[in-house]
Every structure is written in structure tokens, then in C-alpha cells.
Design a protein around this ligand. Structure first.
Ligand code: BG6
Length: 284
């Protein structure tokens, strides 16, 4: 069994690619918490105040938010599977798969969905891909939202610029998801909690101080949440340090604007694919 116990006491698989890239994927939540391209820097942010215990999602990496985003449903905010213990399925060079059987009578499954979930992680120095697959095992349609809630490590929120969202209508999570017309967004300089709808191209985080662009693309996931809690809201998170907002930005590909409706017996997959490009100038 390739699961190992890390120094924080949690079980995880350390994935190594043929080119020397590594990733860490926790059993709880099938949560990716590290991706280091060979000879490169960590791409995932994980808060030093993260709580490592049963039923608590790590503050960082790629929490899988399903079957609901935020409070858009009857169940726990961002769903329950990010806090559940997933089953290891298989691993190989640069890859690991976890699964989770979700049954209607699970106490935490307030959506009563009957399904098998898979999280498939593939890693190399060029790319990290995190795929969420669901097979509907019920006799009726399953309807759900999904977000791959990825926390990216950055040199400082003051240094980075965001590209790829200017032409999209967005809903403000801080104003009851009221919708707004497209507008340029480059720097984040205040609390930002937006759902960009129907994003077609990649989203890029340009980080000149880290000499890299992080290029993030969704597959089957049309929407993108852009989140940074900024100064005041950060203080409300027990698992973030006081200045934690400086160190990350979340770019979360998801199916949020419209729920996915999956017919009985059908399988659906959505993924986030992340690439890192060396930067020679601050322009992208
Ligand atoms: O504290 P949680 O449940 O992990 O959520 C963190 C944030 O997740 C983001 O996706 C939401 O847009 C924010 O509103 C939320 O605060």
C-alpha cells in the first residue's frame, strides 16, 4: 500500500513522476496538497495553520467541493466529500487514483446522491491535472455543483496579476451572487470572491517575483471562482495566519452557474489542468 503516514499524522500518497516532479495527495478528501515540478518551486499553497484531523479539510491544495459550492444547497458548505476519507485505488509513475462510494443513507450526504466518485491525479514537471469523475448509480438523475478549489502559492498578492477573466460575466459571492457585466481585473487589492461564468480560455497568474506564470485550464468545468479573503476576513479563519492572504490566490474551476444533471447510469468528468511556465519578463 503506497499510503504513508506524514509527520502531521495524516495518510497520503507521495506521487513521483518520471521527470522527478512530485505531488502529495491526502487520503482525506483525495486532496492534492503539493506539486513541485523537478528543480522548481512549490505550486500549491498550504496554510501553516492547517488543521490535520478527521473531518477537517486542509486549508490549501485542491479541496474537492461537491455536491454543492458554498451554501448553494441543502448540505454542508462546499459539500462533505472534501472532509471524507477516500479509498486508495491505484498508483503508478506520476499518477494516483482515489475513489469514494457515496450512498443516499450516509449521514453526511444530505443530497441523497447514490454515486461512485473518482479523483485521478496526474503529475509531471510540465503539468498537474486533477480530474473528478462521477458515475450515477441511482435510478434517477443526479444534479450537483462542483468546484476544484485550488489554492496557488504566490510570492505576494501584491505582486501578481490575473489574466483571462476580463471578458466574463461574474457573480459576486459577497453580494448574494448578484451578476455583473465583464470588466478588467488584473490586481487583487481587496477582498475578492467572484464566480466568473462561462470562462473559455485559460486563467493565468503572472508572478514575476517567482519568475513564473501559472496557467490554469478547466476541462468540462465552465466557471471559475477567484477568491482572496484579504486582511479583515483572514482574521476569521482559524487555519490561516494573520498575513495568510498575502501568500495565496484561489482559482477554482467548477460547474457552478448551472448544475450538472447526470442521467442514471451515466458517467461525467471535470478536470483542472495546471501548467507552470518560466517567465523572463513580467508580461504574459
Ligand atoms: O472556509 P471554506 O469553507 O473552505 O471556504 C473558503 C472560501 O471558499 C471560496 O470558494 C468561497 O468563494 C468563499 O466564499 C469561501 O469563504
Amino acid at each position: 500500500m503506497p499510503l504513508t503516514t506524514l509527520s502531521n499524522g495524516r495518510q497520503a500518497v507521495i506521487v513521483t513522476a518520471a521527470d522527478g516532479a512530485t505531488a502529495i495527495v491526502y487520503e482525506q478528501g483525495a486532496q492534492v496538497a503539493s506539486w513541485i515540478p523537478a528543480g522548481g518551486k512549490e505550486v500549491m499553497f498550504v496554510s501553516p495553520n492547517s488543521i490535520y484531523k478527521d473531518g477537517t479539510s486542509i486549508r490549501g491544495g485542491v479541496p474537492i467541493c461537491w455536491p454543492q459550492f458554498s451554501d448553494m444547497g441543502a448540505g454542508a458548505a462546499h459539500g462533505h466529500v472534501r472532509k471524507a476519507k477516500w479509498d486508495f485505488v491505484e498508483d503508478g509513475v506520476g499518477t494516483v487514483t482515489f475513489s469514494l462510494r457515496v450512498k443516499p443513507d450516509d449521514a453526511a450526504n444530505q443530497w441523497s446522491i447514490d454515486a461512485e466518485l473518482h479523483c485521478i491525479v496526474n503529475v509531471s514537471s510540465a503539468e498537474l491535472s486533477v480530474a473528478f469523475r462521477i458515475k450515477n448509480l441511482a435510478e434517477s438523475d443526479a444534479s450537483f455543483n462542483l468546484a476544484l478549489h485550488t489554492y496557488f502559492a504566490i510570492s505576494s498578492i501584491h505582486n501578481v496579476t490575473i489574466h483571462g477573466l476580463d471578458n466574463c460575466t461574474w457573480a459576486d459571492n459577497m453580494r448574494k451572487r448578484e451578476k455583473f457585466a465583464p470588466e478588467e481585473i488584473r490586481r487583487i487589492d481587496k477582498e475578492t470572491d467572484r464566480i466568473y461564468l462561462d470562462v473559455e480560455g485559460p486563467v493565468t497568474i503572472s508572478d514575476p517575483q517567482n519568475a513564473r506564470n501559472i496557467v490554469i485550464q478547466g476541462a468540462g468545468l465552465p466557471d471559475v471562482v477567484l477568491w482572496n479573503p484579504w486582511i479583515e476576513r483572514t482574521q476569521k479563519f482559524v487555519d490561516l495566519v494573520e498575513t495568510g492572504y498575502l501568500d495565496f490566490v484561489c482559482v477554482e474551476h467548477g460547474a457552478i452557474g448551472k448544475p450538472v444533471v447526470l442521467a442514471k447510469g451515466q458517467t461525467w468528468e471535470g478536470a483542472q489542468v495546471i501548467a507552470v511556465q518560466a517567465q523572463t519578463s513580467s508580461k504574459i
